[in-house]
Design a protein around this ligand. Structure first.
Ligand code: ZN
Length: 198
């Protein structure tokens, strides 16, 4: 994928399917609604996502990252409403994961900046990564006192963690809970990658 929307140039995250942002995909969908077009073929879906060819689209379909095809017919055909629903669902998921990732990043950064307070770098960050408790930290004025972390829903944060590929987040290999992350794995680079991923 291109990284920016071909139509309007807005930045697309890696989680995004297609070469157009959701707003631009919406505009193309609206046109089909106006044309009362209810079934979409591979060419139409490819156009909607700003892809160069139907072949590209079929590859994505085989990878399972598109709306579900109409069952039982062995053809590349989609109901427009299925595409619409899938798009909305994906956008919502992206929004949620982004918010969660920002919360976790913020908490990781605060905890990391205060890692000198912890006893050892092999310590686990623990549940404070979810911001459920006040922790001792350094405030903007340099004083050490209780600081507030961002409250993050653990279940969603675990689902977000599952989305992160090992290849791009080698620090997280073997980590199934953010709380088990140890301070030695925590670095600014990881935090920045996390902030930019969704
Ligand atoms: Zn766009």
């Amino acid at each position: 994928m291109t990284g920016v929307c071909l139509q309007c140039g807005i930045r697309l995250n890696r989680y995004h399917t297609g070469n157009l942002c959701y707003a631009c995909q919406d505009k193309r969908l609206e046109k089909r609604i106006a044309d009362r077009e209810d079934l979409i073929d591979a060419e139409g879906y490819a156009e909607m996502l700003g892809l160069g060819s139907a072949e590209q689209l079929k590859r994505l379909a085989r990878k399972g990252v598109l709306a579900p095809r109409i069952p039982a017919i062995k053809k590349y055909r989609w109901r427009r409403t299925d595409i619409e629903d899938w798009r909305k669902q994906k956008q919502r998921a992206g929004d949620v994961f982004r918010k969660i990732a920002m919360g976790i990043s913020s908490n990781l950064r605060k905890c990391r900046n205060d890692s000198f307070i912890c006893l050892s770098l092999s310590d686990k960050i623990g549940s404070k990564v979810y911001g459920q408790a006040l922790v001792l930290g350094t405030t903007d004025t340099g004083r050490i006192e209780p600081i507030t972390l961002v409250k993050v829903e653990r279940d969603m944060a675990l689902r977000m963690l599952e989305q992160l590929p090992n290849k791009e987040f080698p620090e997280l290999i073997g980590i199934t809970d953010w709380a088990n992350l140890t301070y030695d794995k925590l670095n600014e680079d990881l935090i920045v990658r996390l902030e930019a991923y969704f």
